[in-house]
Write a protein that binds this ligand. Structure first.
Ligand code: ARG
Length: 701
């Protein structure tokens, strides 16, 4: 996950060796159009790429999922049927969805850390840095023309400024049926071999002078990107150069052994258990009622995705002995530090401090997981929490009317959004089950007061308490919440049992848990910084890439197969035959739409067939990606689009904590399968014709 800014200096020679034919400037250049101008961050959580001069964007189906679901109704269920806009007037607007296009990035470490020394107290350091980050970002915004922020890298050893254009008019153009876009469902998720057509299409709109607008404008026109990717029909072979450009969200590869251990034996098991409970209840009601299924589809997918992730991460940590590896690395660092007194001064106490801080955090960590996954995992509790800004204003006798009105208006949008996908009877079951686990699993001294009420007034039955809350709270229905917002008072909120529940959880967390954790986290911040600096000082021959933090990165490598375990060898690609082999009309995860089944049985692949005569569906590369990279382009050595990255593999689920060179793979949908789905299956030939389709012979590499 290299920083594009340094690719020329750090990686370019190696990239050429692997088969790259572009110049470093064609990949990243601030002054001239380069590949980076074809890449966008979508909604802050995914990646997309321009594939036409009219702002046409490709990303994953699971990135567009929420938008697709929002435009679906039981009568016109485009999530189920799929949809490709025949004309631009059929494209669907998505309030709140935006894309960010990077204008430039800059190393601002010197300016951010100016005058700060190892002796600067941690609290003072933090405040000073935050102030400088804010000031620099504000200056770079140039009166609201840009979005800008400064992020820290290498645990606060380096700082970079990022400046973006933000486009707020992003319209849904197309998606295959869910049975293709999410084929294999949670069973296949995070695994290879894969047969998912995980793509969807959007279009970015701008004003008449090609400038961003903050939202939908009827008179907007398709944005003309500085650069769009050509799409290659060539197909890939093992060893071909491949690079992925995108916005990886978060990795923690510098997490010390004590942190890994806490994740392994405390955080992950709790997350898995709580999500398991929530998902089972959601599924029960979804299976019984298609309208509930539609409402919960996107939420379910999001929670299930990381439920399986945590399971895979824990299995992987045990199998790959990730904690032991980290301990060995720490032991060798300790030796290196001990060999020299000046090293001791800079890094000497780091690992000790880290271990002590984690020992302290361990006392409270479970509470924080349960607050997030159990209390806030209950929809009504998180929703009640959204009332907090209004509550604060209502309590303040000096608060001005305009502020109260603004907070109320803001809430109307939240309310709209919340109830569109809400089913109170389902949430009531989740409330009873998750809060019951919270009350039984977390040490009593750290529990919110509300659980004492449950013990005293409801004989400890969370079910009875849930009956009461859902019978009396106004937060269970849109009409009642609207009525409250028409005349909000402190008393109404304070007497609402759902709000009371949230308030109790929140107050307990912020007053009794968080302060205890914060002192350890402050120690950890300082110690981590020294630890990471020490590692880099020790291993000067090694080029470290910084942890992912939702900023633009480039990963390069090759198309590559792998062996998942002893005696087993996987191919690097899958074909349409595998879709038919996996087909199971009785299992919603493996239904093949009728038309697709017919076309595949007839081997009607058209110009999208591989030279071997089959239709390739997905392929693996050894590119390094993580969540947030979803939707990223896979680009060949000539800069052409060959696939869309959409997943990682089960054998390397520890990838976000430790990178495994042999096992880690990136799972991509073959761009020819995408085009086949659009043109042959979806009747969207006009969209394919809009792209620059090329066939320039074998890929370099
Ligand atoms: N595991 C993928 C990722 O996080 C998401 C896949 C979505 N598909 C699914 N069946 N939930 O990038």
């Amino acid at each position: 996950m290299w920083l594009p800014l340094y690719v020329k200096r750090l990686n370019y020679a190696d990239m050429q060796k692997k088969g790259l034919k572009l110049t470093a400037e064609e990949i990243y250049d601030v002054n001239n159009s380069s590949l980076k101008d074809a890449i966008v961050q979508l909604g802050g959580f995914c990646t997309g790429e321009f594939v036409s001069s009219q702002g046409l964007l490709l990303t994953n189906h699971h990135c567009g999922y929420d938008a697709i679901q929002t435009h679906s109704t039981p009568e016109n269920n485009i999530l189920e049927k799929g949809f490709f806009a025949a004309t631009k007037s059929e494209e669907k607007t998505n309030p709140g969805l935006f894309v960010d296009i990077l204008v430039r990035m800059e190393d601002v470490t010197g300016k951010v850390l100016d005058g700060i020394t190892a002796q600067t107290p941690e609290a003072e350091r933090t405040l000073l840095i935050q102030k400088r980050q804010r000031e620099m970002a504000d200056a770079a915004k140039e009166n609201g023309q840009y979005v800008a922020y400064v992020r820290d890298f290498f645990a606060g050893n380096e700082y970079y400024l990022f400046v973006y254009q933000r486009f707020g008019d992003v319209r849904l153009v197309g998606a295959p049926p869910e049975a293709i876009g999410k084929f294999g469902g949670d069973t296949d998720n995070w695994e290879w071999p894969r047969h998912t057509g995980d793509f969807s299409m959007f279009r970015v709109y701008a004003d008449k002078s090609n400038k961003p607008t903050s939202g939908f404008q009827a008179e907007n026109v398709p944005y003309v990107p500085k650069k769009h990717l050509s799409v290659s029909l060539q197909g890939v072979s093992e060893g071909d150069f491949a690079m992925v450009f995108g916005f990886p969200g978060r990795t923690q590869r510098f997490l010390p052994a004590a942190g890994l251990q806490l994740t392994l034996d405390q955080s992950n098991p709790a997350r898995i258990k709580l999500r398991d409970t929530r998902l089972k209840l959601w599924k029960e009601d979804s299976d019984a009622n298609p309208a509930v299924r539609l409402k919960y589809a996107s939420k379910y997918a999001g929670i299930a995705n990381y439920w399986k992730y945590f399971i895979g991460q824990n299995e992987g940590m045990k199998r790959l002995k990730t904690v032991d590896q980290k301990k060995a690395e720490e032991a060798s660092l300790t030796q290196w530090i001990a060999a020299d007194a000046t090293r001791g001064q800079s890094y000497g106490t780091a690992l000790n401090d880290i271990n002590q801080a984690y020992a302290g955090l361990r006392e409270y960590n479970l509470s924080s997981v349960y607050v997030n996954e159990a209390a806030y995992g209950t929809e009504i509790v998180s929703f009640a929490g959204r009332m907090a800004p209004l509550y604060t204003l209502l309590k303040d006798p000096k608060a001005d009317k305009a502020a109260v009105q603004k907070a109320t208006a803001d809430l109307r949008a939240v309310v709209e959004d919340h109830f569109k996908d809400y089913n109170a009877p389902t949430d009531k079951k989740v409330f009873a089950a998750l809060l019951q686990l919270y009350a039984s699993d977390v040490t009593p001294a750290q529990q919110p007061d509300v659980f004492q009420t449950v013990a005293k007034q409801y004989g400890g039955s969370m079910q009875k308490y849930a009956d009461y809350v859902f019978a009396t709270s106004f937060l269970t229905s849109k009409a009642k919440t609207d009525a409250f917002l028409a005349a909000p008072t402190v008393a109404k909120l304070e007497n609402d049992p759902a709000f009371k529940t949230w308030n109790s959880v929140y107050t307990n967390y912020t007053q009794n848990i968080l302060p205890k954790m914060q002192s350890h986290q402050a120690t950890l911040a300082r110690a981590n910084r020294a630890y990471v600096a020490g590692l880099r000082a020790k291993n000067t021959d090694k080029v470290y890439s910084p942890d992912a933090n939702s900023t633009l990165r480039l990963s390069y490598g090759t198309v590559r197969a792998y062996s998942p375990r002893d005696a087993v060898q996987y191919k690097y690609y899958t074909t349409a035959q595998g879709i038919l082999d996996k087909e199971d009309p009785t299992n919603p995860e493996f239904v093949v739409p009728k038309k697709e089944n017919e076309l595949l049985r007839a081997k009607d692949y058209g110009r999208f067939a591989d030279k071997d005569g089959t239709l390739h569906v997905a392929f693996t590369t050894d590119n390094d990606i993580t969540g947030g990279n979803s939707g990223s382009p896979v680009i060949n050595g000539r800069g052409e689009l060959i696939g869309i990255a959409f997943d990682g593999n089960w054998e390397a689920m520890t990838g976000d904590l430790a990178y495994d060179k042999d096992l880690k793979r990136c799972i991509n949908v073959d761009i020819r399968y995408v085009l086949w789905c659009v043109e042959k299956l979806g009747g969207g030939k006009a969209l394919v014709d809009e792209m620059t389709i090329v066939n320039n012979g074998p890929n370099p590499g």
